[in-house]
Design a protein around this ligand. Structure first.
Ligand SMILES: *[C@@H]1O[C@H](CO)[C@@H](O)[C@H](O)[C@H]1NC(C)=O
Length: 463
């Protein structure tokens, strides 16, 4: 830990900090720090502070022994479930900031700022349509496979912060659900999280791809335009254009600079995958199954022209999030745009979410990988137990489905499918946490949970 951090922690009045402390740290490197230095925003702070569970958590932290977060004991390092849940709900909170919290933050500011006059920090929200590569982009920017990614659209359902830390700066990225027209209540909660991420941002990364000519949701586009912060429009998957060029050199002259050199190994079904997955989720969102996929585009000049007309103040960059092309340039530009500010979170922390949340996400990703059609969109994974002992994590989770028939599909003949899912998820969890992992899954019919307020609250989509 850099010495200025130590000094800074000592300088902070802990009883003042801990009631607004939010993040359970995601500790894959085994570094034992939990608490963010400051709440990401008054809104988030308030959401936790206002919940009775968080109050209890804060009270416990006033006891002297609990102030010591330097030991390696993982169990004590994470936020209790209720507080974590309150944090997950923070995304949909639309209330005004609490003046008390604002006052606390203001009081903390100078003490932290004195430590490093040039430190830059801020919130960067990544927004766009389903399946344009938001999670892949965040992971590439972080250099960590934090947010789950699958070939299918709308994998991400909640706002997830990924925190990049360097000695001179901290960028708090927010990965967000793809923008869809809400077809059921769960989508409304997801779009609430997107709106909140737009409002909180210091810089917006609007991501599109070479298969999409424009952003279909006019209202969300207006929110972006009205956010009053710098915007970078990233045209992702330019590697697909390069592949196309490799096969049809005649159109090369039409394209401007920015596209990377053609790659040796084209992936001929990449477009089919992107288009097909988006068509499925689009059909879901529009409530009409089998709707035709949106027109496929690889026409960079018209994509650029569309965005220049819609967001004249935005800067345009072409990237390949998957291959990392031009991603360094994005980061460099963000660092120029972010304000000089002390870190918002402890600099050993890499997400605002607890480990338990990511365990559920990894299982959900395996459901997206292993099941077809509507099944992944009908499942929610709820982690009911998460314990670590002797360097081994034991986890129990419930997969909620909408209907009886889906329970049968999940489990499969003689339990073969659920066994395969459990095995694959365990391997994936082992890779994610770098620890031995035992997983127990059960499947439960939670009738029409996507449309039911009480389930949506329980799963963190609504408050
Ligand atoms: C929502 O689910 C709960 C069970 O958790 C059930 O009691 C309630 O009737 C459901 N509400 C609706 C509107 O279906």
């Amino acid at each position: 830990m850099p010495s200025w951090t130590a000094g800074l922690l000592a300088a902070l009045a802990l009883p003042l900090v801990l009631p607004i402390a939010l993040g359970a740290r995601l500790s894959r490197a085994g570094v034992a720090r939990v608490q963010p230095l400051r709440a990401p925003s008054a809104r988030h702070a308030m959401a936790v502070d206002a919940s009775p569970a968080a109050g209890a958590h804060a009270a416990a932290d006033d006891e002297p022994d609990d102030d010591d977060d330097d030991d390696d004991d993982g169990g004590a390092q994470f936020m209790d479930d209720a507080a974590a849940e309150a944090l997950m709900l923070a995304d949909t909170d639309d209330d005004a900031p609490d003046p008390n919290v604002e006052a606390m933050l203001a009081a903390l500011g100078p003490a932290v700022g004195a430590a490093d006059a040039d430190h830059r920090a801020g919130f960067v929200s990544i927004v766009g349509s389903p399946n344009v590569g938001k999670s892949t982009l965040m992971n590439t920017l972080l250099g960590e496979q934090l947010s789950i990614t699958t070939p299918k659209a709308s994998t991400t359902r909640q706002r997830i912060m990924g925190i990049a830390n360097e000695p001179g700066w901290q960028i708090v990225y927010s990965d967000t659900p793809g923008v869809v027209k809400p077809a059921y209540k769960m989508h409304e909660g997801m779009m609430g999280a997107v709106r909140c991420a737009i409002e909180d941002a210091d810089v917006l990364l609007v991501i599109t791809d070479v298969l999409e000519t424009g952003f279909r949701d006019e209202r969300m586009l207006r929110r972006v335009r009205d956010a009053g912060v710098p915007i970078l429009v990233l045209v992702n998957k330019v590697d697909l254009v390069a592949q196309r060029l490799a096969h049809a050199p005649a159109v090369a002259g039409k394209l401007g600079g920015g596209a990377p050199a053609a790659r040796a190994a084209p992936a001929p079904d990449a477009r089919a995958t992107h288009g097909g997955a988006r068509a499925w989720e689009g059909a879901q969102a529009d409530g009409e199954e089998g709707a035709p996929p949106p027109p496929r585009q690889l026409d960079l000049p018209s994509i650029r022209a569309w965005w220049r007309a819609q967001l004249p103040a935005a800067e345009l960059l072409e990237v390949s999030a998957l291959h990392g092309d031009n991603v360094d340039a994005v980061r460099e530009r963000l660092l120029q745009l972010l304000p000089v500010h002390p870190p918002f979170f402890d600099k050993a922390q890499i997400s605002d979410r607890p480990e338990k949340f990511f365990a559920g996400e990894v299982v959900r990703a395996q459901i997206f990988e292993q099941y077809a059609d509507e099944i992944p969109y009908s499942c929610e994974v709820e982690v009911t137990a998460f314990k670590e002992a002797d360097n081994k994590i034991s986890c129990e989770a419930t997969v909620h489905v909408l209907r009886d028939s889906q329970k049968g599909i999940l489990i499969g003949a003689k339990g073969a499918q659920i066994k395969a899912l459990t095995d694959a998820a365990e391997r994936s969890l082992y890779r994610f946490f770098a620890k031995r992992f035992s997983l127990r899954l059960q499947v439960k019919v939670s009738k029409d949970w996507r449309a039911n307020d009480s389930f949506l609250r329980q799963f963190g989509y609504l408050r």
